[in-house]
Write a protein that binds this ligand. Structure first.
Ligand code: SAM
Length: 241
């Protein structure tokens, strides 16, 4: 009975994972196939309005020097698509095809799996303590199982991002910051992980809609003299110097 119960629980978690990834991809495919023209127009208008109304005023009040900003509404509708385009552009500039990326905050592993699937020479380090109830150890085991098929290209680190940053040694082409979206979390990740990105690489993240993220980002870039880029799905990124 106990065994049957735990097998059932494990099955449900796996099903939940698959459903959530597949649902995201189905919704995306539907938007692209059926409504691409209308969606792109609406998304473009929405994203520009959103950034002008919410993002930039936040930055103006929080940063002494307003960074230059650019909007990219046609780089894909969700975060994995945007990241794949960014990584493919990085590849255009070099003969070496290997790319090193870290994802901070893995969740169900949807973005990790999508990136590994989409970019054949990607080496991805996915970092998450997996302490979020109610999944905890089952959650970690399910994500590990999901990413196992990518072999040595995937390194899953069960740790807090500050701890992982303190022992990380490989220079990164891109870091994708996507954990708790608090000011403290985003500021700490920008501080701890941006030094790991090679010059010309990208510091990127999700959820530019969160006030804490915008505040941390505006403070972080205020002295860097970089252009801050925004895409759909609340993506942001800048080029490391
Ligand atoms: C929004 S989810 C990540 C979604 C994922 N990036 C994706 O695109 O599918 C946020 C994750 O951040 C993780 N997290 C929370 N605190 C963290 C920390 N200190 N270090 C690393 N990850 C953390 C949570 O466990 C959670 O899984």
């Amino acid at each position: 009975m106990m065994l049957a119960d735990s097998a059932e629980v494990a099955y449900n978690h796996e099903a939940l994972f698959v459903q959530s990834c597949e649902k995201a991809h189905r919704v995306l495919a539907m938007m692209q196939d059926s409504f691409s023209r209308h969606f792109a127009t609406a998304a473009n208008a929405f994203s520009v309005a959103f950034i002008n109304t919410f993002v930039l005023p936040h930055m103006w009040t929080n940063a002494s020097a307003m960074p230059q900003a650019a909007y990219h509404p046609h780089m894909g509708a969700e975060r994995c698509e945007v990241l794949v385009q960014l990584l493919n552009r990085l590849l255009e500039d070099r003969w070496q095809k290997q790319l090193y990326v870290a994802e901070i905050g893995v969740g169900f592993g949807c973005t990790s799996a999508c990136l590994l699937e989409s970019i054949p020479h990607l080496q991805l380090t996915s970092i998450d303590p997996f302490t979020t109830p109610p999944w905890e150890q089952d959650h970690f085991a399910n994500v590990r199982q999901r990413l196992r098929k990518y072999g040595v290209r995937s390194t899953l680190v069960q740790d807090f991002s500050d701890q992982a940053a303190s022992v990380h040694t490989q220079a990164l082409d891109l870091v994708f910051i996507d954990r708790d979206h608090s000011y403290e979390g985003a500021a700490a990740d920008l501080r701890d992980w941006s030094p790991h990105v090679r010059p010309g690489g990208l510091v990127a993240g999700h959820d530019a809609a969160f006030p804490g993220v915008i505040r941390a980002l505006s403070e972080h870039v205020s002295s860097l003299n970089v252009t801050l880029h925004f895409g759909l799905d609340n993506m942001w990124w800048y080029k490391a110097k």
